[in-house]
Write a protein that binds this ligand. Structure first.
Ligand code: BTN
Length: 259
């Protein structure tokens, strides 16, 4: 039986970080950990405070989608107060931290699909939602919300089963969510602290993107674009080579791999 308590001490005891995960609030059930994290940030919570919920009843995804977070999954939000220049890098930090923790704890190979979905065997296992409040050129706070399909039977969730998977489904056994979270928080802090040193996090993210070099379809707002995902810019945008040869910079969107 895997030890799987997500209590604050189970997460923080001996955690080798300076600030991420040193303060943890745990809730058996929440509408959304991101909403609680935003409120706590406005109240001045310490940098690195983590909000964890055993389940979410109104989990939110990107582009106003809902996010399924039943018991057995991981739903957490990290509060940070980064300089404005680091804001675009937070999705890189988060997706690399999740991919790294999956590989460390489970041995499964994880890939990142632009901008920040983490896939195992081509299916989505994690979603990331970064929300921030910026006034002028100052970030009041940023919240990194992370949802991982850890121990889920996809057959119980037919609405996501065609494109999603879970760690337990890929492994054939349950994983320790506690170990996953501790590894993820440690990785997130290591990568966040590497941001001032230059573009190593960006390069690592770019080199782990499964999207690059592939023929893709990108929906961005009302528009849909087709082409080859050629590269990414350091602000996280996708550079799409269109059939007419032009290069289009896409700041936000959803990618479908063609063929
Ligand atoms: C996506 O793929 O669209 C992003 C999903 C993000 C889900 C996480 S779960 C923890 C945090 N709380 C939320 O309501 N959403 C994020």
């Amino acid at each position: 039986m895997i030890e799987d308590s997500l209590s604050p001490t189970a997460i923080t005891d001996g955690l080798a970080t300076r600030f991420i995960g040193q303060e943890v609030s745990y809730y058996p059930s929440l509408p959304s950990t991101n909403d609680v994290a935003k409120r706590r940030a406005q109240e001045g919570a310490k940098q690195g405070t983590v909000i964890i919920a055993e389940e979410q009843t109104a989990g939110r995804g990107r582009i106003r989608r809902s996010w399924l977070s039943p018991r057995g999954s991981i739903a957490l939000s990290i509060i940070l107060y980064p300089p404005l220049a680091y804001l675009p890098s937070l999705i890189m930090v988060a997706s690399l931290a999740v991919a790294g923790s999956i590989e460390q704890v489970t041995g499964l190979k994880a890939q990142i699909k632009w901008p920040n979905d983490v896939l195992v065997n081509g299916k989505k296992v994690c979603g990331i939602l970064v929300e921030s409040d910026v006034r002028g050129n100052k970030v009041d706070y940023a919240v990194i919300g992370i949802g991982v399909n850890a121990n889920l039977k996809l057959s119980e969730f037919p609405q996501i089963a065609p494109m999603a998977t879970s760690l337990s489904q890929e492994l054939g056994r349950n994983v320790s969510r506690r170990e996953m979270i501790r590894s993820l928080l440690t990785e997130a802090e290591r990568l966040y602290l590497a941001l001032p040193a230059g573009d190593s996090v960006f390069k690592q993210w770019r080199d782990n993107l499964v999207t690059l070099g592939k023929k893709v379809q990108v929906s961005s707002g009302e528009a849909t674009y087709k082409g080859t995902a050629e590269s990414v810019a350091s602000d996280g945008s996708l550079l799409l080579r269109q059939p007419d040869g032009s290069l289009l910079k896409i700041v936000a969107g959803d990618v479908t791999l063609r063929q």
